[in-house]
Design a protein around this ligand. Sequence first.
Ligand SMILES: Cc1cc2nc3c(=O)[nH]c(=O)nc-3n(C[C@H](O)[C@H](O)[C@H](O)COP(=O)(O)OP(=O)(O)OC[C@H]3O[C@@H](n4cnc5c(N)ncnc54)[C@H](O)[C@@H]3O)c2cc1C
Length: 543
Amino acid sequence: MKDYSQFDVLVIGSGAAGLYAALCIEPRYKVGLITKSKLKTGASGWAQGGIAAAINPNDSYLLHLEDTLKAGAGLCDRVAVEFLVTHGAKAIRSLVDMGVAFDRKNDHLAMTLEAAHSRPRVLHAADTTGKAIVTSLMEQVLQRSNIQVLSQAFALKLWLNEATGRCQGISVLYNHKITWISASAVVLATGGGGQVFAQTTNPSVSTGDGVAIAYRSGATVRDLEFVQFHPTALTKPGAPRFLISEAVRGEGAHLIDETGRRFAFDYHPQGELAARDIVSRAIFTHLQKTNTNNVYLDLRPIPEAKIRYRFPNIIHVCSKWGVDLFNEPIPVAPAAHYWMGGILTDTNNLTSIPGLYAVGETASTGVHGANRLASNSLLECIVYAQQLSNLTIKPVETELISPSVQVIETSFPIEEVKKIREELPVLVWQSAGICRTEKVLENAIAKIQSWRTYLRSLPWNKYLEQLSPTQTVEFTFPEAETNLRLYAETLNLLDIAYLILQSAVFRTESRGGHYRLDYPETDPLWQVHTLVKRDSWQKSIIN
Ligand SMILES: Cc1cc2nc3c(=O)[nH]c(=O)nc-3n(C[C@H](O)[C@H](O)[C@H](O)COP(=O)(O)OP(=O)(O)OC[C@H]3O[C@@H](n4cnc5c(N)ncnc54)[C@H](O)[C@@H]3O)c2cc1C
């Protein structure tokens, strides 16, 4: 095994953001790409609908800008959005050059309309766009001699220089050991945190690790109360909450209730093509009114040949769970889908900690505001990761340490941690889901706080939060490694749950992906960001 104790740049996460970032960093730098599961695992590979870019002659970046700002409900950072939409065409060109086979129509890139876009501008590769992008990026990464991939390596904690506060590496659980890896720059690309909700479209790796790790080291995090709930996730007993892409409604599918009525127009003039939060809340309210568990998505208004061409994966997954979508509507309900908030970054992806960068869903660049416009997130991953090509760093200065090795022989009782891991998402879904109130949030926070205190009192904590960079830990008892990983992920989930709920209490209004039943109106005085550092919650200046 190659030496992995020192890199120029460490990238944590191998979704679209992490892979593309690793490729953009100048090849003269030695890059370590760390990922906690397989290289291909992450939300990026699951993206279906596509990637938005204003490249059609009837479109313009100004229209894309306008649509993004409108969806973001007053909280987008205009400069960040301008940067996103003006770099869209370049990002798409680069992906095409890397071999991403987007669908074409008459030799041109094909584009579809998605909810809240004023023009068809979503490029796709059937309904597995994310897989097409990730596969091409992975192939490129594996060919690059300056990039070393460490799979099944779990980032635990940032390594900050005690004197300067600069990030100079991380501790990682890898190959039966906890070791410290030094680097001149660390890029967090760890994705979202959907697993904190019982109903989610996100994969199992989406546990908010980057936000939790950065927050614990004192980074400023922003707008964590804003969570996008996707209106249409498959709702079949035993099936995962598989996402039925927005593009299906864009192509003409209807949302109907048990009686077959198109109810979405009762709630908004744009019906099923209104913004996601509006459609999600319409379904949620309709389910409560009708005392039912799901509504239906009827694809039968779309010509059969088009369904077969555009949505082969949706056909496949639905049929696996017993739904023949050519002859019956698909049972669907909302699920947590995308986390707008994250680690505060500037347009160069720099966080508030020197040497620490964040990109992709884990970052808060300001492009999504209070609500993300569909298909803008893959674009954000690519456009912002591209910025890392400007990264210039000094060679690693950290002295290589000769760590003391502690061998872990004992196993700790894990059952209680497993129980918390199961109960937490149910509590968060019930308290901080589509509709929120102060009383319910406060009760849930009290429970979460008691779990956080309990977890921090367990002996594992000395390997996670209290380990110093002169210590390496080796596991000779195999289960201890698995248990520590479960412990670390559960603690991350508890920390992000606390941050989401506390931010949801803080914001006494409704806006975008944050809806308060006790404050249902949007308040102009709240057109500000929620900034969190350690235990301090603050409003930014007016956006
Ligand atoms: C079902 C679904 C469909 C979607 N469809 C679309 C779409 O059509 N268009 C669009 O624009 N967006 C879509 N999105 C959103 C979009 O896919 C994500 O926002 C985007 O892919 C995030 O990319 P990322 O690289 O930031 O994170 P991810 O792709 O989630 O990658 C995160 C990586 O970090 C790793 N990681 C996490 N924690 C650690 C740790 N502690 N140590 C080491 N590694 C770690 C993970 O293993 C993973 O490799 C969809 C999301 C889902 C879930």
